[in-house]
Structures are given as structure tokens and as C-alpha cells.
Write a protein that binds this ligand. Structure first.
Ligand code: IVH
Length: 676
């Protein structure tokens, strides 16, 4: 029994370190062993299973419907402020209401774009969770919310926890989880979520909590409902700190600010950070800090006088779909692209947006002439998220799928079990060739500086480059290059010398540059290391290929097909004629096996935004190199990988003298060009 209690406490603790603090103390394997031991003991002594046991997050039976619950204290909404000038009026009404001249202390917080929920804890134990509903009556979602690892089933920590404590906050889906979920949905030909808020709402309302458990949901609390049988601090900032101390997740971006200037300054800083946050926020919230002041101010209709939401410009707007073009990708896939009535989304004018694929267009029943919702968030390509059916005009035209490639006129085909339409012409298709050239020279491939997408477009249009090999004969056309749009002599020289440098890339980078379907950087590197030279690789049969780390039968087949293709062989022959190229082999000094783990046992921290991969990907890659990835910098940190806008973690690393890698160096480390 004692062991059981100990295990439960231990798992609660490690759960909190991992999911809330992002700073695990044990490895996943160690966690799994503790969890397995708990399950084993609970199987033997089932009468000792308590509702707060970490084993009780999933497994509830599906409900037949959601039950209504009445909130003890109504869940209110917030008044919106749309302009900076509105903040003055909000602050003035508060000072007038309180009869005070001096500046008011507020707590400013991000306004999370998710679903409002209430969590009721009795004697620290999660008893009931509910959605906001109409503010008076919501729906019970206890079983669903218990599956969120960030929500503690049992509060613990310093200070007495009130007998009854209602915590309020927001359930949201982080952007990475949302993109990943939609990516998988698209691959399966299922309808993706329109935006992270819909994703969170839909996931919470699942009658089968096991489905909710599969969704990447998180929670932040931002205040209290009712509490009884205990005391709580009298200021909001102290309450947030106390909730955090009890293991509840609180978004760390809140600040205590003073007066209108403090609020507006916070708003501007959050707006600047918005694009780099890992979750979506649609504004900031200002709240009077002192609870006694809040009480005096009271409410108007359904919103408090003591708080307001200051909204950002929306990231989702409606506009008209004027037409649909089909773009041919590097592997021949036709992507439908919407031509839109130009519209400003978050300060950027958008005239084109992706429709992803045909199946999705069909599921969403998108028609030319429709009013559509367009979304733009962070760095992702703008997308059409849905149709406003209520505004469909009778002459909106149902879609007609192309039967021929818009790039070369060849037939298009739909692979069995696949969603995409594909041009059948391979490298004979000029559009595919052009996209292949863009990939070949891109940063993660041969990395020819100064040869971005626009430059490739020019070179192809000018007839100077028709395939990969032509790039290396550009020096013969120096005079023509100098006459190209906006290209001075100096730029031409730089470009030609970057092309020369690209001859030094190794086989791993070259294989990736070839753009063989399903051969990403890791697989390209594994193949290069395994076979050592391109000749050995080309001579390998399917079986030998499939034996390489992370290469299955599908990839093996793709590699074989690629090298059997006559066009590919012809271009490779031309590439071989270029003098001084190093692409054909892997340097012998290069780390030779996939078990190479330069960061074995070391603690690494990621901070800032990485341009070339998501956080999750970077974390997985670091773990692949043997590192333990932690959320905070300490004396034990071996190194920090800092992307753009790195913030306080970088400062702390500098203060502690911890080594900091730029994204460039980090990519070098991954590719074995750089060592630590
Ligand atoms: S405080 C009485 N703080 O915005 C005020 N709300 O329009 C209670 N929201 O339903 C809300 N982030 O779900 C507060 N930091 C934050 C918030 C936040 C998002 C949501 C909340 C509420 C809605 C109000």
C-alpha cells in the first residue's frame, strides 16, 4: 500500500515536471517503468485504486450524451476593446467607479484562443469539469478533461488548499499539435479541423473520452470561480502564483502592469510575439489586480467592469473565391490553390491560399464564387478553412477536377488509396523540373546561397536552366546573367561562387537534393553512410536498401524507381561530367553509424523559433543524438539551441556560461558537419 501511494505521488510529480514545467527529471523509459509497476499493483489490489490515480485518466466508458451542469458562479464573458484608444476609456471607467485618481494596477495576460472550462476541486481532488455553455449552464466534461496530462487530478504544494476550489481557464490545442493532427487527417483523406479553437472544442465534446485522450490538448488556468473552506490571496497576481504552486498550469506570460501605458505597452509586446508563440492568442486581457476593487466595480449584463479583452486583428477573415488554379509540385502532385478577392489578414494582403487537396475541397464542398473563410497563422501558408454556406449564391460553380497537368499537358492519375492527383510525366514535365530545381538548390539540400525560388523562376524563364546540371554551366553565360532583372555584376559573381561551393557537398546532402519521394534528410544521410558512394547505392537491390536504418520497403522501392528512370539517369550522367564535385561519396571522417550519439546523456534546452523544423521535430532529433531535452536552463545544461527571438532562456544561458548554438550550427551538428 505504501509503495502504491509512493508510486502515485511520484507519477503525479513527474507528470507535472514533464507536461507543465516542460522540465522532466527522469527519462520516458523510467516513467513507463514506474507506471507499469503502478498498474501491476492496482491490478492485484483493485480496491485501492483511487480516482486521482494516474492510471485513471483514460478508460472511462463512452457517454451516451453530455450532461448539463449549472455553474455555482456564472462564467462571464469579456467586453472587447478593438483599438488602443479604447483602453483609456476602460481605465477611466474603472478609476471613476473606484473614485480614484492614481494609476490602477492591472494584471495583463494573453487571451488564449481556446475553450473556457471550469474545474472543481474538492479537498484538492478533481471532481468535476464543465464547459462554459451559456455562462449559467454548461456541459459536464470531467472524463474528457481527466485525459489531459496538464490537468492535475490532485492538487499539491505549499499553503492550505480550500475544501472547494473552482479553477477556470482555457483548453487549447497548441499549433504544432494542430498542424500535425491536420496533416494526418489530410493523409487519410479525412476532414481536418478549421482552426485550433474548433479543434479544442470538438475534442472536448467527444462522448468517448478515449478519443479526447488522443488529441494534443493543453490547459492554462487564468482565474477562479467559487471557493469555500479556506482562504485565497486578495490579489490576482498572488492567486496565479498560488495556483501554479499547486501544480496547475498557468501561462507564464502574465505581467503586473500599471495604468493605460502599462496595458498598451504589454499589448504591443504581445502582438509582436504573437507569431512566435506555440499556441494561438487572439488578444490580451486586462484585469484589475485587487479583488476588493473588483467587487466594488461589479458587472454590467454578462461582463465584469473590472476586466476587458483587447483584441488583435483577426487571423481569419472571409472573402470571395474567384477561381482555383492547380500548382504542380516537385513530385508531380497537383495542389489546388484558391484565387481570392484580395483581403487583409492580420495586416498582410492575401490573394492566394492553399486548398490543400481535392478530397478536402470535396469534403468542404468548395465552389467558385463562394464566400470562404481564410486563415493565416504564424509562418504557415494561408489556407481556405471553409465555406460560409449561408452566403452561397445559386450560381456558385461545383468544382471540375483537371484531367491533364497544367504544367505540361500530360495525363494526371490518382494513385490507389491516395488523395492526390499526380502528373504522370516525371522530369519530362517542365513544372516538376522547376520545382525540383528549387529543392535541389535549397538550404537543406545543396544550399546555393542567392538562388532562392524567385531566382530559379527567372533562370528557368530565361531558358538558362532546364535541369540540375545546367546550374553548373551558368558560368558560361555570365553576360546573359548580368542582363537579368536586377542582377548586378557583384551578385552574379557571388552567385557563381556559391555554385562553385555547392560542389563540395557530400553524398548525404546530394541524395536529399535529388528529391526522391519519401527520402528526407535523415534517410538520405542513412543511405549515404551505409553505402558510402552513389555507385554502391545505385547497384543495391531492394532488399539491401530496405536493410538501411529507417528505410522500409516503400522507400526502397522509391529509390530503385528513381534510379531506373531514364530521365534521372541522363541528368545524373550530365552531373557526373561537372568537374570538382564531391557529391558522389561520403567523406570517411564522417560519423559512420546511426548509433553515433554526440550528446549522449547531456541536457539540452531549445529556445526561440527554429526556421527549419518544429520544436517537436527538433526535440526528437536531439533525443536521437542521445540528449535529454529540458525546458529550463540550469547549471546542468550542456548546451542551448537558440532560434529566432530566444528570450530569457538565452540570457540565462549566457549568464551561466552555457554554450549556445545558432540554428545554422545545430543543423550542422545534425548533418555531421559540426561537432560539439
Ligand atoms: S478571464 C470574467 N482571462 O475569453 C472574466 N479569459 O470573452 C473571465 N479567455 O470565456 C475570463 N484567455 O474563456 C480570461 N487570460 C484570460 C483568457 C480568457 C481567454 C477567454 C475565456 C472567456 C472569454 C471571454
Amino acid at each position: 500500500m505504501q509503495r502504491l501511494i509512493h508510486l502515485r505521488d511520484c507519477l503525479h510529480h513527474h507528470n507535472h515536471r514533464y507536461h507543465v514545467l516542460d522540465d522532466p527529471e527522469i527519462t520516458d523509459g523510467e516513467y513507463d517503468r514506474l507506471f507499469a509497476e503502478l498498474l501491476d499493483l492496482e491490478r492485484q489490489f483493485s480496491h485501492w485504486v483511487t480516482p486521482d490515480s494516474p492510471s485513471q485518466r483514460v478508460g472511462a466508458k463512452p457517454l451516451s450524451r453530455l450532461v448539463e451542469v449549472r455553474h455555482g458562479v456564472p462564467m462571464l464573458s469579456l467586453d472587447n476593446l478593438f483599438q488602443e484608444a479604447d483602453v483609456g476609456g476602460f481605465d477611466r471607467r474603472i478609476r471613476e467607479g473606484l473614485g480614484r485618481d492614481e494609476a490602477i494596477v492591472y494584471v495583463a495576460e494573453p487571451k488564449l484562443d481556446g475553450v473556457a472550462v471550469s474545474l472543481l476541486y474538492r479537498r484538492g481532488l478533481l471532481q468535476r469539469a464543465a464547459t462554459r455553455g451559456d455562462g449559467q449552464v454548461g456541459e459536464e466534461v470531467t472524463a474528457q478533461l481527466r485525459t489531459l496530462a496538464t490537468i492535475p487530478l490532485q492538487l499539491a504544494g505549499e499553503g492550505t488548499i480550500p475544501d472547494l476550489l473552482e479553477v477556470r481557464g482555457e483548453v487549447y490545442m497548441p499549433l504544432a499539435g494542430f498542424e500535425q493532427w491536420n496533416h494526418v487527417a489530410r493523409e487519410r483523406g479525412e476532414k481536418p479541423f478549421a482552426n485550433p479553437r474548433n479543434a479544442a472544442a470538438g475534442s472536448l465534446r467527444q462522448l468517448d473520452a478515449n478519443k479526447t485522450a488522443e488529441r494534443p490538448l493543453h490547459f492554462f488556468c487564468h482565474g477562479l470561480g467559487q471557493w469555500e473552506g479556506g482562504t485565497m490571496p486578495e490579489e490576482h497576481d498572488a492567486i496565479l502564483q498560488r495556483l501554479k504552486g499547486w501544480r496547475l498550469p498557468v501561462c507564464d506570460l502574465w505581467e503586473r502592469v500599471v495604468g493605460v501605458e502599462g496595458c498598451v505597452d504589454y499589448y504591443r509586446r504581445m502582438e509582436a510575439r504573437r507569431a512566435s508563440l506555440p499556441y494561438e492568442i487572439d488578444g490580451v486581457v486586462y484585469k484589475v489586480n485587487r479583488l476588493a476593487d473588483r467587487e466594488r466595480l461589479g458587472y454590467v449584463a454578462r461582463s465584469p467592469r473590472w476586466a476587458a479583452a483587447h483584441k488583435f486583428v483577426p487571423r481569419e477573415v472571409s472573402t470571395r473565391l474567384l477561381g482555383v488554379d492547380f500548382q504542380v509540385g516537385r513530385t508531380g502532385v497537383l495542389t489546388p490553390v484558391a484565387r481570392l478577392q484580395p483581403v487583409s489578414v492580420g495586416g498582410v494582403t492575401i490573394a492566394n491560399a492553399t486548398l490543400h487537396n481535392l478530397q478536402e475541397m470535396a469534403l468542404k464542398d468548395v465552389r467558385v464564387g463562394d464566400t470562404v473563410m481564410v486563415r493565416r497563422a504564424g509562418d504557415v501558408i494561408p489556407e481556405v478553412v471553409g465555406v460560409v454556406l449561408s452566403r452561397r449564391s445559386p450560381d456558385a460553380l461545383p468544382m471540375v477536377w483537371p484531367t491533364h497537368c497544367p504544367g505540361c499537358g500530360a495525363n494526371v492519375e490518382q494513385e490507389e488509396g491516395k488523395v492526390a492527383l499526380r502528373c504522370t510525366a516525371g522530369l519530362a514535365c517542365a513544372a516538376q523540373r522547376k520545382e525540383g530545381i528549387k529543392h535541389f538548390v535549397s538550404r537543406r539540400a545543396l544550399d546555393i546561397e542567392g538562388m532562392g525560388d524567385r531566382m530559379v523562376e527567372w533562370l528557368v524563364q530565361a531558358g538558362l536552366v532546364q535541369d540540375w546540371a545546367d546550374i553548373f554551366f551558368l558560368a558560361n553565360h555570365r553576360a546573359r546573367l548580368c542582363t537579368l532583372d536586377r542582377l548586378g555584376e557583384k551578385s552574379v559573381d557571388n552567385l557563381l561562387s556559391a555554385i562553385e561551393t555547392a560542389k563540395q557537398r557530400h553524398l548525404g546532402q546530394f541524395l536529399f537534393a535529388l528529391g526522391i519521394r519519401d527520402v528526407g534528410e535523415t534517410i538520405a544521410l542513412n543511405l549515404a553512410r551505409h553505402f558510402g558512394t552513389l555507385d554502391h547505392l545505385m547497384a543495391a537491390d531492394r532488399e539491401a536498401l530496405a536493410g538501411v536504418s529507417e528505410v522500409g520497403s516503400v522507400v526502397a522501392e522509391r529509390v530503385c524507381q528513381f534510379f531506373q528512370d531514364a530521365h534521372h539517369r541522363a541528368v545524373l550522367e550530365r552531373l557526373r561530367e561537372i568537374e570538382g564535385t564531391q557529391w558522389w561519396r561520403m567523406p570517411t571522417s564522417h560519423p559512420s553509424s546511426t548509433t553515433h550519439q554526440p550528446l549522449a546523456g547531456k541536457t539540452v534546452v531549445l529556445t526561440g523559433t527554429l526556421k527549419q523544423m518544429t520544436r517537436q521535430e527538433a526535440k526528437a532529433r536531439l533525443e536521437g543524438l542521445g540528449a535529454k531535452v529540458s525546458g529550463s536552463v540550469s547549471e546542468r545544461t550542456f548546451l542551448v539551441v537558440a532560434g529566432e527571438s530566444p528570450g530569457s532562456k538565452r540570457q540565462r544561458a549566457e549568464a551561466l556560461g552555457v554554450r549556445i548554438l545558432t540554428e545554422e550550427e545545430w543543423m550542422g551538428l545534425l548533418e555531421g558537419r559540426f561537432s560539439v
